[in-house]
Design a protein around this ligand. Structure first.
Ligand code: UFG
Length: 327
């Protein structure tokens, strides 16, 4: 059984990945500073608290567990926050990744699956994106992830650091068993905020902008079920085991939904109205981010199976009602 180092394994996507890794016969070793993650979520293998920028601690972890690969999820990931405090994003995401990759190379751990984002593409008026689309991020979060992609390419050329880059579209939903789920503090993501508004945990959802150039004036996103997303990571690991090298894959469904469409579906799934108000645009938001997943399908054999809005909101609602990491 090989050990896989999972940075950010106590976070939303990382914890689902740890569950999937365990089910696939790997041992996930979570490395997380708990700045946004939850120790309760790191329950599928060993947990080590530590920061990405702490080289000594990383060296200890590589020596102790001898991981064969890294799933690198740990990052700050809020678009709005990144606009207010870009320094934090360059420090944590970019310096942190640099320290991690340097430690990995020194330890001879040369396989990385990296969580990048469609936010690296920026605003590209109503096109369906693919992996060759130009990357012009409009927020510091996207810029920090693009910089890490460049770093990986350089590290592959110079040190043989094999890697798979996944550019996520909007990840949503939860483990259908509700052992883990989405919970951020503060919460900024659309679906959990809608569910909070539905069950009275907040007064109302604010729609950020109703004057976008879309059919109903609200932003369009391509939502992917977190379980489908983590399936792609297992396939990415196997791809690295079989064929050393590097590649980049978009993980989206090719179908976009507006904020109002997501609200309508949440109403249909829960049978309850979504209290909402209409507010101004949120700085850093793109009008539309949608992608196909042809390359991931062709090269990794990945197809999203659960990424309908109904399925994602249904699983998120079950999690919302049964468990939370609130302390
Ligand atoms: N939205 C609202 N009201 C809210 C929250 C969100 O109207 O209270 C809207 C946003 O404006 C956006 C959509 O709902 O149009 C989705 O917003 P999220 O905050 O859920 O997701 P983002 O698209 O901003 O960001 C997410 C991830 C990022 C990733 C990005 C790529 O958080 O890590 O997707 O689009 F980079």
């Amino acid at each position: 059984m090989s050990n896989i180092l999972v940075t950010g394994g106590a976070g939303y996507i990382g914890s689902h990945a740890c569950k999937a890794l365990k089910a696939a016969g790997y041992t996930p070793v979570t490395y997380d500073n708990l700045s946004t993650g939850w120790e309760d979520a790191a329950k599928f293998g060993p947990f080590e608290q530590g920061d990405l920028t702490d080289r000594d601690r990383l060296d200890q972890i590589f020596a102790a567990y001898q991981p064969t690969a890294i799933l690198h999820f740990a990052a700050l990931s809020q678009v709005g926050e990144s606009m207010r405090d870009p320094g934090m994003y360059w420090h944590n995401n970019v310096s942190g990744s640099l320290t991690l990759f340097q430690a990995a190379v020194a330890a001879g751990c040369l396989n990385v699956v990296f969580s990048s984002t469609c936010a690296t593409y920026g605003d590209q008026d109503n096109v369906v994106l693919d992996e060759n689309s130009a990357q012009h991020p409009i927020n510091a979060y996207g810029a920090s992830k693009r910089a890490i992609e460049d770093m990986l390419r350089d590290f592959q050329n110079a040190y043989g650091l094999n890697h798979v880059i996944f550019r996520y579209f909007n990840v949503a939903g939860a483990d259908p068993d509700a052992e883990v789920g989405e919970f951020h503090q503060p919460e900024t993501h659309l679906i959990p905020l809608i569910l909070d508004a539905i069950d009275g945990k907040r007064d109302a959802l604010t729609i950020f902008g109703t004057d976008y150039d879309t059919q109903d004036g609200t932003c369009i996103r391509d939502y992917v079920h977190v379980m489908d997303l983590v399936d792609a990571h297992i396939l990415g690991l196997k791809w690295l085991e079989d064929s050393k090298g590097c590649d980049v894959f978009n993980l989206g469904t090719g179908t976009g939904f507006s904020v109002r469409e997501v609200m309508q579906q949440a109403q249909a799934v829960t049978g309850k109205d979504v209290p909402f108000i209409e507010g101004p645009r949120r700085p850093g938001d793109c009008t539309k981010l949608v992608s196909g997943s042809d390359r991931a399908e062709a090269d990794l054999g990945w197809t999203p199976k659960r990424s309908t809005l109904e399925h994602m909101i249904g699983d998120a609602w079950r999690w919302h009602q049964t468990g939370h990491y609130v302390k």
